[in-house]
Write a protein that binds this ligand. Structure first.
Ligand code: PGU
Length: 407
C-alpha cells in the first residue's frame, strides 16, 4: 500500500500567492466591472530589454543550425555563463569561482531543494517573516513538528521587527541551517556587513551553514551595503548563496537562476569539497540543466550593454518603490524598506490584522497586496506592497489609497 508524505498535512494552508489570487477572484466575482490594481506578488511587468531579447534570439537561432545545435548540457550550466557570473562577483569584491556556480531554472526550486543535502535532524533557523519556501520545504522534509499559533514546532524563528531594524540577533542556542534573505523579502531590509558578520562568526563557530538568498541584490544602490555574503571574510567556509535573473532581467517567466556552493564550505561532518560534491550529485541526478536558449539570454544580461539596460529597469522599479513609500507616508502610514529593495513593508493602520487590512485595501481601494502574516508570525500587523508594476498602475493604486482608504 502506498502511503503519502504526511508532512504535507502539517502545512498551514495553501501556498500564500495562490491564496491571494483566490481571494481576489472571489472579490471580483461579487464586484463585477471593478478594476483591481495588483501590488501583491513580486512579478516583473516590463518588457525584456532589447540586448537580452537579442541574446534569447541567438539562443533560438543556434538550435536551427546543425553546426551550433545543442541538446542536453551540463546540469551545472554552460561554462561561459558560469564564468560570466563568477566575473560579476569578483568585480564586486567577492571571491567566487565558475566551478562553484550551479546554474538552474529558479531560485525558488533551489531554495526549496538545497535542504535535501542536509540531514533530517538539523535544526533550522529562519528570519521571521521570511519567503515561505524556506519554511515549507523544511516542513515537507520532516524537520518540524506541527503548526501552532506561533509557528511550527521545532523551527527556530528569528524575529525581525521594528525594534531590531528587521534584522535578527544570532540564535541563543545551537542551530545548524540558517536562512537569511537580503535585501529581504518581505521587509525590504538590507543587512549591513556588520550584521552579516555576526552570523558568519556564529556559523563558523558552530559549523552551521547559512543559506543566503540574494535574489534582490541588484536592487542595492548604497555602495556600503553588501550584495553578496562572500564580500565578508570567512563566508566561503559557511555560506551557500542563491540568486536569480528573475527580478533583475524580467526572467520570472523565462526562468534562470544560480546557486553557489564554495569548495571551502563545510558542515559538522563535511570537510571542504563535500557539500559541493553533494550538490553536484544532487543536480546531476535530479536536473538536466537550464534551457540552452535561456542561458544564452543570461549571457546577454551579463554583457556590458546588458548590465546597463537591465540596470535601468531595476532603477525603474526602485522609482516605483519610492512612489509607493512616499505616497503611503503622505497619509501617515509607517513604512519600511523600499529604498534598496523592491518591497515596501507597511504597518497596518489602526492595529488591523494583516488579512483584515488585505480585505479593507481590496474593498475600499481595489488594491491587492500581500498580508505580512503570510510570511510568518512576526509579519502579523504588517503588509507588503510590491514595486513590480507598470508606472501608471502603481500611480493609480497609490492615488486610490490616498483618496479611498478610510483611516
Ligand atoms: N527568492 C526570493 C527571496 C523571492 O522573493 C523569490 C520570488 C524567489 C526566490 C523566486 O525566484 P525565482 O528565481 O523566480 O524562482 N518571490 C516572489 C514570487 C512568489 C513566489 O512564490 O516565488 C514574491 O512575490 O515573493
Amino acid at each position: 500500500m502506498a502511503k503519502i508524505n504526511s508532512n504535507y498535512d502539517k502545512l498551514a494552508a495553501g501556498y500564500l500567492f495562490p491564496e491571494i489570487a483566490r481571494r481576489t477572484s472571489a472579490f471580483l466575482e461579487t464586484n463585477e466591472g471593478v478594476q483591481v490594481m495588483r501590488l501583491g506578488i513580486g512579478d516583473t511587468t516590463e518588457p525584456i530589454v532589447p540586448v537580452v531579447l537579442d541574446g534569447l534570439r541567438q539562443g533560438v537561432d543556434k538550435l536551427g543550425n546543425a553546426e551550433t545545435y545543442s541538446g542536453y548540457g551540463a546540469s551545472e550550466g554552460v561554462e561561459s555563463l558560469r564564468e560570466a557570473i563568477a566575473t560579476q562577483y569578483r568585480n564586486g569584491g567577492a571571491d567566487v569561482q565558475a566551478s562553484e556556480i550551479f546554474v538552474s531554472d529558479g531560485a525558488k526550486s533551489d531554495s526549496a531543494n538545497i535542504q535535501g543535502i542536509f540531514a533530517k535532524g538539523n535544526v533550522v533557523a529562519v528570519q521571521d517573516p521570511a519567503y515561505p519556501v524556506y519554511v515549507d520545504s523544511n516542513v515537507i522534509a520532516g524537520r518540524t513538528g506541527d503548526a501552532t499559533d506561533s509557528g511550527y514546532e521545532g523551527l527556530v524563528y528569528m524575529p525581525c521587527r521594528e525594534e531590531n531594524g528587521f534584522f535578527p540577533e544570532v540564535p541563543d542556542g545551537k542551530v545548524d541551517l540558517i536562512y537569511i534573505c537580503s535585501p529581504n523579502n518581505p521587509t525590504g531590509a538590507v543587512a549591513t556587513k556588520d550584521q552579516l558578520a555576526t552570523f558568519v562568526e556564529y556559523a563558523r563557530k558552530n559549523r552551521a551553514v547559512i543559506l543566503y538568498d540574494s535574489a534582490y541584490a541588484a536592487f542595492i544602490t548604497d555602495p556600503d551595503l553588501p550584495r553578496s555574503i562572500y564580500e565578508l571574510d570567512g563566508a566561503r567556509e559557511c555560506a551557500i548563496e542563491l540568486n536569480s535573473f528573475s527580478k533583475t532581467a524580467g526572467f520570472t517567466g523565462v526562468r534562470l537562476a544560480w546557486t553557489i556552493v564554495p569548495h571551502d564550505c563545510v558542515a559538522e561532518d563535511a570537510e571542504p569539497g563535500k557539500l559541493h560534491a553533494l550538490w553536484t550529485r544532487r543536480q546531476n541526478t535530479f536536473f538536466n540543466g537550464a534551457s540552452n536558449v535561456v542561458q544564452q539570454g543570461g549571457l546577454a544580461v551579463l554583457g556590458s550593454e546588458g548590465l546597463v539596460q537591465t540596470g535601468e529597469q531595476v532603477a525603474f522599479y526602485l522609482e516605483n518603490a519610492r512612489i509607493i513609500r512616499e505616497g503611503l507616508q503622505s497619509i501617515g502610514i509607517t513604512t519600511y524598506g523600499g529604498d534598496n529593495a523592491p518591497y515596501v513593508w507597511m504597518k497596518t493602520p489602526g492595529g488591523l490584522s494583516s488579512w483584515e487590512f488585505f480585505d479593507k485595501l481590496l474593498g475600499e481601494c481595489h488594491v491587492v497586496g500581500t498580508p505580512g502574516s503570510g510570511f510568518g508570525p512576526s509579519g502579523e500587523g504588517f503588509f507588503r506592497l510590491s514595486a513590480f508594476g507598470h508606472r501608471q498602475d502603481v500611480e493609480q493604486a497609490i492615488a486610490s489609497i490616498q483618496t479611498n482608504l478610510k483611516l
